[in-house]
Design a protein around this ligand. Sequence first.
Ligand code: GDP
Length: 316
Amino acid sequence: MNKRNEIRNIAIIAHVDHGKTTLVDCILKQTGTQRESQQVTTRVMDSNPQERERGITIFAKNASYTYNNHKVNIVDTPGHADFGGEVERILKMADGALLLVDAFEGPMPQTKFVLRRALEAGLKILVVINKIDRPNSRPMTVLDEVLDLFIQLGATEEQLEFPYIFASAKNGYCVLDPKDEPKDITPLLDMILATVPPPDADIDAPFQMLVNSLDYSDYLGKIAIGRIFKGKVKPSDQVIAVAQNQEPKKYKVGKVFLFDRLGKTEATEASAGDIVALTGLEHVLIGHTITSLETPIALEPIEITEPTISMRFSVN
Ligand code: GDP
């Protein structure tokens, strides 16, 4: 099996308010994409009064950045236990996860919930102890508490050897030791490339992708988002949507999008390891497998559901 060495797919997981949005903004800023980030964030927030009121992140927002000739896709994961099933599906798109923990509060209930799911999904976990600038922060103690949580959740020996870093997302820096001189978030960007495995990529196999989330656009209709497990896909390709106990359905792919910063760009082709958004699959649901005509086999016997929330992001 080949690897796509130039790609990393990571999830970002945390208890609410521990700093996911701030860290992603900070990553996009340092990798040169701040302007787009602000525009889109404002639009997303504007479009959803519920999110604004609750002051929490309820959307699975995707982002990507380029660093040292690598493309890193970031999938945001809802931290709420009541989003049953969604977290697992979203984590399936990633090979690694950034677990953010507030250096003052320490691990909280949603930290445990999302960490459990990420460990079950077998992701490489990088621990980010955030908000070390807070006056009463206790980074080393919180790191110990995180280790205890890993043990409590039955992490394997290998999972216990997690890489960790200390951060002040708000002030735009990460350090390997809280006593280090803060500069920027380069240590985190390097750590992601060094420790998260690149995706497996059987590019020559027949096309296979699992639909992990859905989006809608007035202009493009339904948009199926997922990671390509095998093969390649191009606009206008003939595909089949399959699911357990359902009639397979044939479709013609409309457009193929790759994630680009906080938006998307149209692609002429995407292949195994990429996280893509496909249009033209009108009746597709989360949990469906999209395949080439020759191998209509469902990838996962997961429950098919309509999304509990609608997800929006702009399509360039
Ligand atoms: P999310 O819910 O995980 O997306 O959290 P946010 O990124 O929205 O952050 C929640 C709050 O914590 C905001 O008021 C941020 O400004 C603040 N915050 C985020 N990172 C830091 C940090 O490194 N230091 C401090 N002091 N505050 C932070």
